[in-house]
Design a protein around this ligand. Structure first.
Ligand code: HEM
Ligand code: HEM
Length: 194
């Protein structure tokens, strides 16, 4: 079953979810790790290039994923959830989509503004042009600093959202004992009452 139904996620949404969850978690940990490496070490340069390449993979995937989601709405939330819980679930998912878009965009703007002018070549194959950086943001250093801060704070926002998200998924599974986690692990709930 490829598409979502009212009761569960289809194969495509599940594949997008877990592949992107792995990539985003790896990028959050990898990003925090690489900024602590000695800047003049050639290994650090390689890690930064890998970070940028995976960031573009995430940006491409989130565009495709949102397209799929628009054409194929998410299943209904389980019954019995309080109005504030429904609101929090929607807000949390919207926030996760927002950081999956804004993290790569702020990174892209950061390297575009950088006075170092280091090219971005995704996996040493695809050259990605720098984005135009608006002049009203000041000098290159100022603009780079602004996007660096945005990237940093968005990273911590993403970590906070993911921790809450995983906590909510575990609460649904072990305390409410509903199908929320199961339907992100298997397409079986999508078949039930479909
Ligand atoms: C979903 C995608 C991404 C995630 C989750 C992510 C996450 C992070 C995190 C957590 C940091 C460490 C922040 C710090 O300690 O200052 C970081 C740093 C960095 N990221 Fe990303 N990033 C993503 C995409 C990108 C992209 C697409 C680019 C560039 C094209 C990029 C360029 C950088 C650079 C240059 C740094 C180092 C900043 C510094 O030196 O302080 N990132 N990233
Ligand atoms: C191991 C960690 C994770 C677990 C256990 C988990 C679990 C889940 C579950 C059970 C759902 C379905 C919620 C529902 O049925 O309404 C879901 C949806 C979602 N998750 Fe995760 N997740 C994890 C990591 C992540 C990460 C790292 C991200 C992205 C940064 C993420 C982004 C999303 C999004 C955007 C949705 C909404 C999907 C949609 O309806 O379009 N998840 N997650």
């Amino acid at each position: 079953m490829l598409r979502n139904t009212k009761t569960g996620y289809g194969r495509v949404a599940i594949l997008f979810h877990w592949s992107m969850a792995l990539l985003v978690l790896g990028m959050l940990a990898g990003g925090l790790y690489m900024t602590r490496l000695p800047i003049t070490d050639p290994f650090t340069f390689q890690v930064y290039q890998l970070h940028k390449s995976i960031g573009f993979v995430i940006l491409t995937m989130v565009v495709l994923r949102l397209g799929w989601r628009l054409a194929n709405p998410a299943p209904q939330l389980p019954g019995g959830m309080k109005p504030w819980e429904r609101w929090a679930a929607h807000l949390g998912h919207t926030g996760l989509y927002a950081v999956m878009i804004l993290m790569p965009l702020s990174g892209w703007l950061m390297v575009s503004a950088s006075p170092w002018n280091i090219p971005t070549v995704v996996f040493n194959v695809l050259n990605v042009p720098h984005l135009p950086v608006p002049a009203f943001l000041g000098s290159k250093e100022e603009a780079e600093g602004l996007f660096k801060s945005a990237h940093f704070y968005l990273g911590w926002l993403a970590i906070a959202l993911v921790v809450t998200h995983v906590g909510a998924a575990l609460k649904h599974h072990f305390i409410e004992r509903d199908s929320t986690l199961r339907r992100m692990l298997s397409t079986q709930p999508a078949r039930d009452n479909a």
